[in-house]
Design a protein around this ligand. Structure first.
Ligand code: ZN
Length: 470
């Protein structure tokens, strides 16, 4: 039973925790001996791991429906199901301290192979530090990278790359990236590097031999001879809908699909293969904000990136594409009403997200001005009363004009929008839903229909033939 030997070390390392919490770490028993015996050579050389962060099943459905209304065809993700091209499972994403995970614990479960408490990245309660899977792959000789629409130091990409007890230690994570020198890291977070306590980390990294890029044009010129850090905005990248309608953003900031394509191009010729994580990070942020437009346009942008990954994998034939989400969020849905179809279609005419609209309110803004902006940005007619109640929320805000996102009336606006869009949310927090998981490419047929988050770690190692190390 070579398979048991392969995992022997992991079971040993789990030690007392494994004994105390026998159900938490998964049984790692999902690849049949028959497969290993007959098809041992059929390994995946590359992995593209795609996460639509905080994507409830209603988000996946509505993304598909909106793409159908826009193009007449379904989403790339659901078309893989329609065309029977993938295997599919649901995944139990619980963390070590809750059935409702956060991004850090979710990423750690896949990447360190153990459930940790919410907020931690690959470090367990008793201090056990787990080597994240991109480091395991880097040590095995593969190129590795991450692209995201949130700061590149954010929890999901960070969980693939580093270990730290706090997901919010952005500066520490940035410094770790500069030390590890992964091959392609792209997303937001320019200020986290440029205003680092150790000096301008972008300059320091350039001196260390990185290619540093901050615009789409510069990204296009990369040749792949050096490790790459791309940071295209100060913090998070703009929502896709806003990016498309703000010329200065559209010129500077690449889409998730463009980053995905470039990252694949930069790593695909490497003899020992590559591993790329692709995150639609603001699907989660939009769900927290009950921002229907932010949510669905970013889900559609994620879907475009799926198209890029599958196109490459279909031609390459040695690439396993994993498509999933780390948890549900706010459980949105399209709800029945006489006008539901027409209401839903109205989302295709919008120019800006609710986040953009509500962040742009100036203190003392008049009702008529606000009404005009809602009409211009989203096409909806709000009543005077609705505007008055919303604007009242701004009265206690500080004069600086820099509003704390969490104090803005997102939930209230989401409720008002329901009348116009027929889309409603179940809250503003993560949910415990089992998550959607699809696989395309070599090894995908070993996926069983129900797995635990931690199983995916061992699945990836085994399917690529990379030995486990702790
Ligand atoms: Zn979240």
């Amino acid at each position: 039973m070579k398979r048991r030997e392969f995992f022997g070390k992991s079971v040993l390392t789990a030690g007392g925790m494994g004994f105390l919490l026998p159900n938490l770490q998964g049984n790692h028993d999902f690849i049949s001996d028959e497969y290993l015996g007959k098809n041992r050579k059929k390994k995946a050389k590359n992995i593209i791991f795609m996460v639509s962060d905080g994507m409830s099943s209603g988000t996946l459905t509505m993304g598909d429906l909106l793409i159908q209304k826009k193009t007449g065809k379904g989403s790339n993700w659901l078309n893989l199901y329609r065309e029977n091209k993938v295997t599919r499972a649901v995944m139990d994403m619980a963390s070590a301290d809750s059935v409702i995970t956060d991004n850090a614990a979710a990423s750690s479960s896949w990447d360190g192979g153990f459930r940790v408490k919410n907020g931690s990245l690959n470090i367990r309660e008793r201090g056990e530090v787990h080597l994240p899977i991109w480091q395991k792959y880097k040590q095995s000789g593969k190129k590795v990278g991450c692209v995201t629409t949130v700061p590149i130091t954010h929890a999901t990409p960070a969980g693939f790359c580093i270990s730290t007890s706090s997901r919010s230690a952005k500066a520490e994570i940035a410094k770790m990236y500069s030390d590890i020198q992964f091959d392609v890291m792209m997303g937001g977070g320019e200020d986290i590097f440029a205003q680092h306590k150790n000096g301008n980390l972008l300059e320091i990294m350039k001196e260390k031999g990185f290619d540093i890029v901050t615009t789409n044009k510069e990204m296009g010129l990369l040749s792949g001879s050096k490790p790459v850090l791309g940071v295209f905005d100060k913090d998070d990248l703009p929502y896709e809908l806003d990016r498309l309608h703000l010329p200065e953003k559209r010129d500077k900031v690449p889409s998730l699909a463009e980053m995905t394509k470039k990252a694949i191009t930069l790593m695909k010729h490497h003899d020992q293969g590559f591993c790329l994580q692709v995150e639609g990070g603001k699907v989660d942020w939009a769900a927290h904000a009950n921002d229907t437009l932010g949510l669905l346009y970013d889900q559609m942008a994620f879907d475009e990136a799926i198209g890029v990954a599958i196109e490459f994998a279909e031609e390459n034939k040695e690439t396993l594409v994993i498509i999933t989400t780390d948890h549900g969020n706010a459980n949105p849905g399209l709800y029945y009403g006489k006008e539901a179809d027409r209401n839903f279609e109205s989302l295709l005419k919008a120019k800006h997200t609710t986040s953009y609209l509500l962040n742009d309110v100036k203190k003392g803004e008049s009702i008529s001005n606000f009404r005009d902006r809602v009409k211009e940005f989203q096409g909806y007619e709000l009543t005077e009363d609705e505007c008055r109640i919303l604007l009242k929320k701004y009265e206690d805000q500080p004069e600086t004009g820099v509003y704390n996102d969490y104090k803005l009336p997102f939930e209230m606006y989401g409720n008002i929008m329901k009348k116009h869009t027929s889309v409603a949310f179940g809250g503003t927090e993560h949910s415990a839903d089992y998550t959607e998981l699809a696989m395309f490419g070599p090894g995908c047929h070993n996926l069983k229909p129900f797995i635990k988050n931690v199983d995916l770690h061992y699945f990836m190692l085994e399917i690529t033939g990379v030995k486990n190390q702790f």
